[in-house]
Structure formats: C-alpha cells, structure tokens
Design a protein around this ligand. Structure first.
Ligand code: DAT
Ligand code: MG
Length: 152
C-alpha cells in the first residue's frame, strides 16, 4: 500500500445544483487526504458513456447518462494511503437508502438516481478514470506542510 495511491471522486450534477460541493471536499480534506486535481465542467454524453461503459447494458444506463450530463460536475483526484477503498467507505453504499449514517451519501441524499457523487471502486478503475477526466499536466505534485502529522 502506498501513501501515493489516487482515487477519482466526482460531485454529480445534483450535488453541484444543491450547493454541497464544499461539504464533499471538506470530508476528504478533514480526513487527511490530499487534493491533487480539481475542475468544473459540463460533461458530454459521450464522455459519460465512456466513464460508465461497464454499465452500458443496464436498464438504468440511458437515464444515468442523461442525469449525469444535465449540468456541471466537479471531478477531483484525491491521494493517500488506501484512498480508493477508504473513499468508497466514506461515500457509503450506492443506494443512499442503504448508506450508513455518517457516510456522505448516508447523510446527504435519498435516492440511487440522485446519489450526489462518484468514487472509483478499485485502483485499476481509478487510474482509468483519472486518465479519462484529467491530463497529466492537471495532476499537481505537491507535499502538504502537515504530511508528517498525517502519516507516521
Ligand atoms: P457506484 O456509484 O456506487 O460505484 P455503480 O458503479 O454500480 O455504483 O453505478 C453507477 C451509478 O449508476 C450509481 O452511482 C447510480 C446509478 N445506479 C446504479 N444502480 C442503479 C439502479 N439500480 N437504478 C438507478 N440508478 C442506478
Ligand atoms: Mg461505480
């Protein structure tokens, strides 16, 4: 396991419209993870079809792409020890009805079709998603001043 592991987190259009981008960023900052990339864009259906290509056969796929392309999103890359797995724990279950209180989805949303954010489910998919949404130049290499107090 590496302190340099990276995950792809994205605030979905409903999260942006509801004005909870800052709350979501704060959860990851407070935890101690390091932000290495962040932007806002209105994604095309084509980009979202690629992002969710694994789900293209699912009945909810057309609705998912329509919802995800309905407004701006805020994609981010967060770095830290075991950040992919821990990030998923912080998000909570896919269906907010099953997300534990204390998780982001458990605290902030209700329905699976409006579950406010995305998080990579494995290191391999994280790397693929980061490359899909960001260029290498957009990934910032830096060392936070408190790093020695976050890791032993
Ligand atoms: P996750 O976002 O937790 O990784 P996923 O990759 O299985 O979940 O699905 C991607 C998104 O698709 C999910 O965040 C919301 C939507 N989705 C998943 N299952 C759904 C369902 N049964 N009905 C409607 N939307 C669904
Ligand atoms: Mg997924």
């Amino acid at each position: 396991m590496s302190n340099r592991e990276r995950t792809f987190i994205m605030v979905k259009p409903d999260g942006v419209q509801r004005g909870i981008v800052g709350k979501i960023i704060k959860r990851f900052e407070q935890k101690g993870f390091k932000l290495v990339a962040l932007k806002m864009l209105w994604p095309s259906e084509q980009l979202l079809q690629q992002h969710y290509s694994d789900l293209s056969a699912r009945p909810f796929f057309p609705g998912l792409v329509k919802y995800m392309s309905s407004g701006p999103v805020v994609p981010m890359v967060w770095e830290g020890l075991d950040v992919v797995r821990t990030g998923r724990v912080m998000l909570g279950a896919t269906n907010p009805a099953e997300s534990a209180p204390g998780t982001i989805r458990g605290d902030l949303c209700i329905q699976v079709g409006r579950n406010i954010l995305h998080g990579s489910d494995a290191v391999e998919s994280a790397n693929k998603e980061i490359a899909l949404w960001f260029t290498d130049a957009e990934l910032v290499s830096w060392t936070p001043a408190n790093e020695g107090w976050v890791y032993e």
